[in-house]
Design a protein around this ligand. Structure first.
Ligand SMILES: C[S@@+](CC[C@H](N)C(=O)[O-])C[C@H]1O[C@@H](n2cnc3c(N)ncnc32)[C@H](O)[C@@H]1O
Length: 195
């Protein structure tokens, strides 16, 4: 977990190699609910596999960056995908990709605050956010589990929830950690009382 005042910077090398999204970005904890960094392509593929996507699914990525998870989901499963992202530059990048790939019918990405997004259409929820963000989202996450939405959280677990599956791999020097939640059984008793 990032400590208070954590600063993340991106180097040119990283940007070319792994798709970090904002050239020269400087992010200081408190700026937003997570730093602007994209999931590695390998991780994106793992997320899609774990989600076992069907064409009828609607994937939501909260804080979608350049839209890579949404785009990959639509390409792989032909399902709809919805993303919301705070950073204009990333939204523009996503829109260019969606247009170039002809995915406009399936993938919808908007600029805005993920806390405001209506999740009622979601069947799969993908999050790669700081633990504090997940606390703010907690009531919506509980509602999602109640409706049978599969939640995949990258890197951090959701406090008070018990993952039904926890995937931890070390690939190409990267730690990959995915926590999967599906169903109300993932909510610890105390949380259920307050839900
Ligand atoms: C760790 S990145 C993950 C990006 C993408 N989901 C992926 O896996 O490639 C988190 C993203 O959330 C965005 N973000 C942070 N706070 C946000 C907010 N309040 N509303 C929308 N997006 C936000 C950041 O700008 C960043 O692009």
């Amino acid at each position: 977990m990032a400590g208070e005042g954590t600063v993340y910077t991106t180097s040119a090398g990283q940007m070319e190699d792994d798709g970090w999204s904002l050239p020269g970005a400087l992010w200081i904890e408190g700026d937003s609910l997570a730093p602007p960094c994209g999931s590695e392509p390998y991780v994106v593929q793992r997320i899609l596999a774990v989600a076992a996507l069907q064409p009828t699914d609607v994937v939501f990525d909260l804080g979608c960056g350049d839209g890579r998870v949404c785009i990959a989901a639509a390409e792989a499963a032909g399902c709809a995908a919805v993303g919301v992202e705070l950073e204009d530059e990333l939204v523009t990048k996503a829109h260019l990709q969606i247009e170039a790939k002809g995915l406009g019918e399936l993938v919808q990405i908007t600029q805005g605050d993920l806390l405001e997004l209506d999740l009622s259409r979601a069947t799969v929820l993908v999050i790669y956010l700081l633990p504090e963000a997940m606390e703010l989202l907690k009531p919506k996450l509980v509602d999602c589990l109640r409706r049978g939405v599969r939640i995949i959280s990258q890197q951090w677990s959701i406090k008070g929830f018990e993952p039904s599956q926890c995937i931890h791999e070390f690939v190409d020097g990267f730690n990959v950690l995915l926590n999967v939640y599906d169903g109300m059984g993932c909510i610890k008793e105390q949380q259920q009382v307050h839900a």
